[in-house]
Design a binder for this molecule. Structure first.
Ligand SMILES: Cc1cc2nc3c(=O)[nH]c(=O)nc-3n(C[C@H](O)[C@H](O)[C@H](O)COP(=O)(O)O)c2cc1C
Length: 179
């Protein structure tokens, strides 16, 4: 996948709405760091599954499956909340400071959705992985990100090998009400 296409995706992300127009996002294409980051993430995941007493075969097959996916994807994009862009100082109370962080997550999710929509429009395939949320320290350490940058998602991007199956959707009446 060309750098030009990747830049188009990041431009789409940058158009997303964000709380107070804070644009609290950072996207890192894992190139030279990919092996290091994926290794750190999968080791943290393996440790967590061992602590959860998951069967060893399941742990091994899960790690192998995701290692393959993350190694082979043409692009792996780490999506982060940049807390330095948020307005924590505006609020005196802890509750609203906490909500400011939630707004940061909402904003990054909106930007990620823009990437997914742009990717589909460009004929690319993409998948959103939330694994970084569960091993933030491992990723922060691997990339020396500092404490203001919070890794929250990984996107794999490339060309789809096949059309995905249509998913079963909830009926509209279950998700929409006029009251
Ligand atoms: C917040 C969020 C987290 C997700 N995390 C994962 C994940 O960790 N692993 C994964 O395989 N898919 C993950 N997905 C993808 C969903 O499983 C997928 O969107 C859902 O099954 C619907 O399929 P579709 O997007 O192909 O329509 C995530 C999606 C979202 C929105």
């Amino acid at each position: 996948m060309s750098v030009k296409k990747l830049v188009r995706l990041i431009k789409a992300a940058s158009l997303a709405p964000s709380a107070h127009n804070s644009q609290p996002w950072l996207f890192i294409a894992l190139q030279n760091s990919r092996e290091r980051v994926i290794h750190a993430m999968l080791e943290a995941w393996r440790k967590a599954m061992l602590e959860d007493e998951r069967p060893i075969e399941l742990i091994q097959s899960t790690i192998a499956k995701f290692e393959r996916r993350f190694e082979r994807a043409p692009v792996v994009l780490l999506c982060c909340v940049d807390h330095s862009a948020l307005y924590y100082d505006r609020y005196k109370d802890e509750q609203r400071k906490k909500l400011e962080g939630v707004l940061g997550h909402h904003s990054v999710a909106a930007a990620i959705q823009n990437i997914l929509l742009a990717a589909a429009f460009m004929g690319l395939g993409a998948c959103w992985y939330s694994a970084p949320l569960f091993c933030q320290k491992a990723i922060r350490d691997a990339l020396a990100l500092g404490d203001k940058i919070e890794p929250v998602a990984l996107l794999t991007l490339g060309y789809p090998l096949k059309q995905p199956k249509r998913k079963k959707l909830k009926p509209l009446k279950a998700i929409f009400k006029i009251l």
